[in-house]
Design a protein around this ligand. Structure first.
Ligand code: ZN
Ligand code: ZN
Length: 145
């Protein structure tokens, strides 16, 4: 099966996308190019410093959107099998509905109350929850605190 998901994530007004660490349940934001940079060996959570794959940080809403698309695709798939099974039969006439169009969900990034945080070690900028400013911040790129 050659199916691709098309879920777009809309960044906030500064080009940042909200991420979520499942280990410490803290939220933070990173820029799109930094998120898509696959040359890095994992990404450190700014709050707990754990190194995880980028995909681990995608927020719940992205997973939910993916579930919606997967369900629609599955429905079409079942309909196809149904059509194929009965199309050669003279005795059974079935009228199958048109395949559903697959939605292309867009996940929006809440502006939220985040403050920018400059990382001198890697010359990058991230956003951390305003409530957690003052805490230790680990650099997502190199893990330094
Ligand atoms: Zn964490
Ligand atoms: Zn760094």
């Amino acid at each position: 099966m050659d199916k691709t998901f098309n879920i777009s994530i809309q960044s906030d007004s500064d080009g940042f996308i909200a991420l979520h660490c499942k280990l410490c349940s803290r939220k933070f934001k990173m820029t799109v190019p930094d998120i898509e940079d696959e040359t890095r060996n994992g990404t450190f959570c700014p709050a707990c410093g754990m190194n995880q794959n980028m995909s681990e940080y995608y927020p719940e809403s992205v997973a939910e959107a993916a579930m919606t698309v997967a369900a629609e695709m599955a429905e079409n798939e079942i309909m196809n099998i149904f059509k194929k099974t009965f199309s050669g039969s003279k005795h059974i006439k079935v009228k199958t509905p048109q395949p559903k169009s697959i939605s292309q969900p867009k996940v929006y990034t809440e502006e939220g109350s985040y403050s920018s945080y400059g990382l001198a070690c890697c010359q990058r900028e991230i956003k951390i929850e305003a409530a957690s400013s003052g805490n230790v911040v680990y650099c997502p790129f190199c893990g330094l605190s």
